[in-house]
Structure formats: C-alpha cells, structure tokens
Design a protein around this ligand. Sequence first.
Ligand code: GP9
Ligand code: MN
Length: 626
Amino acid sequence: MQNRERLIDFFKSSFFIFTVLIVFKIIVLRYLLFGEMNILNTIIFELGIILVFMTLIEMLPSISKTIGYLLINIIFSTLFLAVAMYHSYFGRIVTYFALFQFGQVGAISDSIFALIKPVYLLFFIDVFIIILFMILRKFPVRSVSVSKKVIIPVFALAFVVSFLNFYMNKDEFYSNNVVEAKDKGVLNYELIEIYRGPDTALASDLDHISNENVEELKKEIMELKGLEYIPPEERNYFGAAEGRNLIVIQVESMQNFPIGLKVGGQEVTPNMNRIIEKSFYFSRLFQQTGPGNTSDAEFLMNTSLFPTPFNPTSQTYGNKIFPSLPRLLKEKGYASMTFHADEIEFWNRIELYPALGFDTYYDETFFGKKDIIGMGSSDEYLFNKAFEVLKAHHVTDQKFYAHLVTLTTHHPFTIPSDRITLDLPEKFQNTLTGNYLISMNYVDRAIGELIDRLKEEGMYEESVIVIYGDHFGLQQSAISEEDTNLVSDLLGHEYKTIDRLNIPFILHVPGVTEPGQTFDKVSGQMDMMPTVANLLGITLDDQIIFGQDLLNSDQNLLGVRYYLPIGSFFNDEILFIPEKGFEDGTAYDIHTEEVIEDFEKYKEDYDRVLKLEAISDEYMKNLPER
Ligand code: GP9
Ligand code: MN
C-alpha cells in the first residue's frame, strides 16, 4: 500500500476519529474551567492518558472495538460534562468522592436542568450523530484498523509520559484544586485524587488531638484564634434567655442582601425587617458549609465544628457522637427536635440527626407529602405542622429546642403564582433573580405567620427565636450575566464572592434584644451556636468549639474551605483566597472588595486557619462512635 493511502486509512480509523473527538472535548472543557484555548497545553497535559485508553481499545479484537470506542467516548463526555457543571456551581473540580452523592441527583433534578448551558451540547453532539449514523448503518464507513506497529509504540510512549506526569505531581498539594487541575492536567488530577484517597491529610503533628484533653486543646484553639478567656459572670448577656424555648429557623438559600431591601417600593422581607428592629442582627456573617450544603449548615449550627472538606460531614461521620447543642440542652431538661420536609435519606440525615443528639426528627413521612412546592411540603405547611408539635410541648410545660429547616426557597426558586405576594418591576419578571426575591418574600411571610401563632398561644415571650440562611442561592458563575447585573443593581456595587457568602443571622429574644442592634463585625456560621449558648446560660467551657460567642468577642478568624479553595479565610479586614498556596493567593478588602496588593502580614492568619481546620478534622476523627 502506498504511504498516502495508508495515511488516508489512518485518518479514517476509529482510533483517529475518536481520539480527535475526545481531544476536542477536553479543549472545550479546559476552556470552560480555565478560560484557556491552548492546544499545546491540552496535548502536554491530557493527551497521554487519552491515548493510553485509545490504544488499549485499538488492541481489542475488532468486534468489540467499535463498542469500546463508543463507550469510552460516552464515558469521557459524561465525565467532562460533570466536571464542567460542578465547576460552574461549586467553583472546584469534582473528584470521585462526589460520586457517592450521585444517588441524590434525582431529587435535585430541577436545579440540575437549570444549570445546563447550551455549550455543554458540544460534549454530546457527536454521540447523537454517531448513533444516528449507526441506525442508518453508515458507521463505521469501513472498519479500518491501525497497524500494531504503530499502536504498540504509541501506547508505550503515552503510558510512560502519563506515568511520569502522575508520579512527579502526585505529592504536591494545592489549595485551589482548579489551579492544580490546570497545572497537572484534569485527567491526571483525577488519578491523583484516587491515589490520595478520601482522607487527604492536610497537616501532620496532630497526635496530641483527642477528646480526652479538652482543656489543653481549648487553650490551643483560643490562642490560635487570639481570644482571651472571660469567666461566665463577666460575659455580656450570659443567661439572659435562660430557661426559654429555643426555636431556630434555618432558611434555605437565604443570603443577606434581600434583608432590608426594597424593590419597586416594596420590602422583600417585611416580617424579618420588623423582627430585626427588636433583634441582634449580624449583617456580616459568612457561610462555612462544606460539600454537605444544607446539612452542613445544620451541623455547624449544632456543633460549631468545621464540616469535613471532601465529603458531606453527615456521610463521613454519621456514625459519631458529636458534642452538640441538643446534647447540652438535654442536660438542662430540654426536648430537642428537628423538622425538614425532604426525605430523611437525603444528605444521610437518618444518621446525622442521631449523631447530633436530636431526640426526634420530623421528615417527609411526618409531613405526608402534602402541599408540595419543589422538593417537598411547603414552608407554610412545615411551620404549621411543626407548630402543633411545639404547642403540645408548651401545654405540658416541656422545654424544647426546635430546629426548623426550610426547603421551599431552594434553587431554582419557583413559587406557584397563587402564593406570590411580591409585585416585581418588569425587568425582574421571569429572571432567576426575580424568582429568588419572590421566594425570599414567600419564606418571610411564612416566618411572619409562625411568629403570629407563637404570639397567639402565649409562646412568643418564652422563646428565643433564631433565623439564619444556610448558604447562598445565587452563584455568580452559574447565573446569567443579566442576573449578575440585576443583583449588582440591587446591591449598588458589583456582585462579588463576599456578597455571595454573606448570610444573615438574627437573634430575637423578646424583651432582651430590644431595642435591636446591628452588628457588622465579621462572623461565621460556627459562631452561631456559642452565641446562642451564651444567651441560654450554657458556658461551653468544657466543650471543643471552633466558633466564638459574638456578644463577647471583637475579632475573628474564619476558615472557609468549600466553594473557595482550602486555606481561604475571613478576618476582620480581608477575605483571603489562596491559589497554589499563600504567596500566589489574593486578598480582598472586606469592606470595599478591592484587591489588596500587600498581604504578606496575613500569612500568620493563613497558617492559623489551616491549623484550626486540621485540629477540627483530627478531633472529629477521634470522637466516639455510636
Ligand atoms: C435537601 C435540601 C436541599 O434535603 O435540604 O439541600 P441543598 O441542595 O441546599 O444542600
Ligand atoms: Mn440548602
């Protein structure tokens, strides 16, 4: 055969066609992830692993070859789509750990559809075309095999290159896994994560951490956070709400910006705005949830520990006994219960709730799939049914702690038209931002009605009412430019990460938090539990916590390691986001959100945060199992 014919045959081979298709798709993927169109980088970082797979398939007997190519194409395409979608929402590269959560995909299918972008079609368009051709029996045009003389050396070379890329890069840990995947190759990074396993050690020298030397450990944590010990009798508001019932409302996707906001002359959250007038309101509190989202917010509220970084805490440690708010309150004679209208298996709450020490949980079974909006029974229904339970405790004089975890305002924020009371200006109609505001207005009304009922039954004065958001609802990278502009207009400045991670925290103690006060000090979700405990007269002196009582401290240092790279933190002045590590990271002024050039002085805070997170991980690992 002539050389020219051989070459033409090669171009017609499935080996060549599918390799080109997959390389093209990974160029698209790298563009979506890193904003680069560099073909050379793709060849250097990604081609090796692709060729290992392709040459192996080419060596198969010809009958299984076509199926092999089709399958590998579909597998790569699905992986690329998953990585692209996950990145657009979570801002990081998904690893195989997240596969553990695939069982939950069905339940959030509405949200997944809302995240799909037309560009993702590029990952699958060829699959459809090939299947069509196969139906028409036009593919493969002529089954052309590539000579073993070519395939074997290509395989050997690709294997050696891929192995070296893996071997040389496997031990260096980057804070930001997007940068890591860019530098080491997306496919290579995935292999490195499999090699590392789920328990990547983020720090060493932690042998002294256990739940037996609480006193010593507490001292170390206080020192790292720069906090002084204050005796209970000198603490502000210590026990100011002692003996009251505790009602904690965790609001799905509630960010801080709708609070106090007026759109078209109408308040978005009129009820919460009224409550805030008689509350301690923390307007600069930041989310610290991990891969477990809502369930991590529940975990943070009840433990003041760091959620685990690679898996939902409820999955990693569902078998543990956490020192927690329900357990502390039990010692004071409280009954504890938690309400959420989703099925109990979601986020492994079936294990999380006993791990947190709740006496009773009320889930989808209790709400009986009534009045469904989105993922479960509506928040109005949740509050009404929960109220009956609370009232039953009240009439028997049983003190209680109720954690009410709402659901209706989950992405994509669709509220049925007959429940909408917010009349939005034209430009918000049919936008995600508009729907988000409508859903915030919806849950605000439901909260207002619950409080009215507590008042009617004489339960209000005996209560501490806490309201906070679980995490953001509007992810900049996952919303359209139009929505980003709409939110920016509402904020009066460009919508940025600091705004997105900012959730409200409202402490309402009738007769005590009046007149209301707004605190704009930097604070985080892990501070909520110690602050509430102080009001209820619980010292936490014998308990390991990583948050702090906000009514008795003036400086803060808060690690955030999800939605942002590991090692990210807030202090009173900046939000810091590392890249490979500290030196190439970026510091943003907490007030102006401008980049700060000279940030070397914050290195100590960075080291402290990593240490605190490592201590929390090690402490949790050593907690007893149930
Ligand atoms: C799941 C619900 C929503 O039960 O709480 O969870 P999210 O998707 O926000 O983590
Ligand atoms: Mn949530």
